[in-house]
Design a protein around this ligand. Structure first.
Ligand SMILES: Nc1nc2c(ncn2[C@@H]2O[C@H](COP(=O)(O)OP(=O)(O)OP(=O)(O)O)[C@@H](O)[C@H]2O)c(=O)[nH]1
Length: 252
């Protein structure tokens, strides 16, 4: 059974900061947000976690294997590097959606995202080492079939973007509703989902749903392991098997 540890990352009091003392240049905000994502990806990634950028002012990390001290170190390092600070909220649950729900509640209980007094919150408990297992994290790496031939080499880039985003929008909602799983666009034609124990039939249904709803064809490689990094790598290898054997769903 999966037991996903998720960390909600939220920039503290970011809204007011973006307009104080007057609206800051958008290019500077974009630069800050993308650098912050890059640093967090590296800081969590060096400890075998995955970070997804979601809305940039909020991000979601899969952090199985990271304890409270590791989170505190990352928080301190960001505070030292940036003009903004981050709050972190950790929760564990077999269902990724529920874990993120608990993490969200813990942070909301500590105060508003736009409360000047609510900074560098670190709440929640990591999964204790003795309770960690090989099946804790299930990662599904979805990829659009022949995106290069069908979209990239043929359509106006904006229309390619619309097709990929529509596939993403359908998949993220379906996986959330049907499987309590969280799907994140990671660039190109790739979507990585953090899943509860979804079986082959579940993934086939998801792919079929997206095809019927928006005519985007997906395949998926699935990996399960103790950390996001290990599960994610198994998923990538499974995706290669999808390509080699022309199969929609492969478990690594
Ligand atoms: N984030 C991420 N992006 C990838 C990965 N592999 C490919 N991409 C992106 O996806 C784009 C399309 O690559 P592919 O999915 O290999 O190409 P395709 O034309 O869809 O071909 P098939 O997937 O073999 O059907 C690339 O230009 C990259 O931007 C990956 O593992 N992770």
């Amino acid at each position: 059974m999966t037991n996903t540890q998720l960390t909600l990352i939220q920039i503290d009091n970011y809204g007011p900061w973006t307009v104080t003392p007057e609206p800051r240049r958008e290019v500077d905000l974009q630069t800050l947000q993308s650098r912050l994502y890059a640093d967090l990806s590296q800081l969590f990634g060096n400890r075998d976690g995955y970070v997804f950028f979601t809305r940039f002012d909020n991000m979601v990390a899969v952090t199985n294997g990271l304890d409270t001290d590791s989170h505190a170190l990352i928080q301190e390092s960001i505070g030292n590097r940036y003009p903004v600070t981050i709050s972190l909220s950790v929760a564990v649950d077999p269902s990724p959606a529920s874990a993120l729900g608990v993490a969200t509640d813990q942070l909301q209980d500590a105060g508003s995202a736009q409360d000047r007094g609510r900074t560098e919150i670190l709440r929640g408990d990591a999964l204790p080492e003795p309770e960690r297992h090989e099946e804790d994290v299930q990662i599904a790496h979805f990829d659009v079939n022949n995106a290069t031939e069908k979209y990239t080499d043929r359509l106006n880039e904006f229309d390619s973007f619309i097709n990929i985003e529509q596939g993403y929008a359908e998949l993220m909602q379906y996986m959330r509703k049907a499987h309590d799983s969280l799907s994140f666009f990671v660039g190109g034609d790739n979507i990585i989902a953090v899943c509860e124990d979804v079986d082959v039939a579940g993934y086939r249904d998801a792919i079929e749903h997206v095809r019927e709803a928006v005519d985007v064809d997906l395949k998926v490689g699935v990996g399960t392991d103790r950390t996001a990094q290990a599960a994610g790598m198994a998923a990538k290898h499974a995706l290669e098997t999808c390509r080699e054997e022309n199969i929609d769903v492969v478990f690594g």
